[in-house]
Design a binder for this molecule. Sequence first.
Ligand code: SF4
Length: 390
Amino acid sequence: MEEKKHALLSASSSHKWLVCPPSARLEEQFPNKESEYMAEGTLAHEIAEFKVRSYFLEAISKTAYTRKLNKLKKSEFFNEEMLRYTDTYLEYIKEEAMKTNTRPFVTVEQKIDYSKYVPEGFGTADCILISSNTLQIIDFKYGKGVKVEAEDNSQLKLYALAALEQFGMFYDIKNIKLSIVQPRIDNISEYILSKDELVKWGNIIVIPQAQKAFMGLGEFKQGEHCRFCRAKGACEFRAKENMKVVEEIENSQDNVSNACRLLDNTELSEVLKRTEGIEEWIKDLRAYALEQILKGENIPGYKAVEGKSNRKIVDIDRAFEILKASGIEEALLYERKPLTLTQLEKAIGKKEIAQTIGDFIEKPKGAPTLAMETDKREPYKVSAAEEFKN
Ligand code: SF4
């Protein structure tokens, strides 16, 4: 989970500072805003921790368990589905623990220190499980926006390095298993590497990059990771890189011809590839400029205006009472419609829905969308009907 007190070079942001070391110091100039979404994740983690702790570490009475759970449920961020998702996490840990013949060592919300590799590096690992020759890091991800893979996951690898330092002397660890449990999108991802591979990565990749990041040195590099960077809207390097691309494209088109003409397919592919990520950058740029204006800064040529908004009834109960009292029939005021599949799953549970009405669920073909060749999804197949239409 997210570290409660953040290290400058936190494990959760390691993918970013390992690729673009100066981002760590650049980000210091921006507040680390805790969104409502993160608060929801924090509560889910607390419930998950409580369940794992109660099962593996602290036997408590049924009454004490219910009392504590009810206390957690009082949070404004609580919803029933959190109980199911945290059960998935607990079940996974139980299954992993059962896989060995010996009783595993289990620890949750373990404070860890990876400062041997990263200056002032510390954090909290959701769950560490050690059995036989394997050290396992299990991370609970409550987000559902981005699917997180365990393969080569630098956050989990840093936790594993720290756990090795802490527990390595007590166990003959040879293998490292990294697991991500992301129940809201049914994602359980696992990755195994040897202890030697992990330590080599720590020495060869992490140490030099972390040193640079800590000192605010190293080379900037833009990419996918920029979307998690707090400096993404104001980063000069990113702006220059993207402007350079636009200028290069302009120049290359000038050289080809001054006449008004269409791009051929090779040029179209080239322009698409080179402008990949520019759309995101412009959004970040606009968001940053608006934020600055709202803070009272002057961005020449720009101002903040009121966006589009929809009218709404403020006191709906009272307004409808008045409508009914004026003789309008209820049938005209309300509509009764079934819940969507997502709403049903949220209210009743995915498993139950699949068991009861699974035969009635189908996934229609999605609309075609442009993707890079490297995308894992299968290429879109045009149906006979679409071909005919075309
Ligand atoms: S926006 Fe991207 S390129 Fe700029 S500092 Fe952040 S991660 Fe690096």
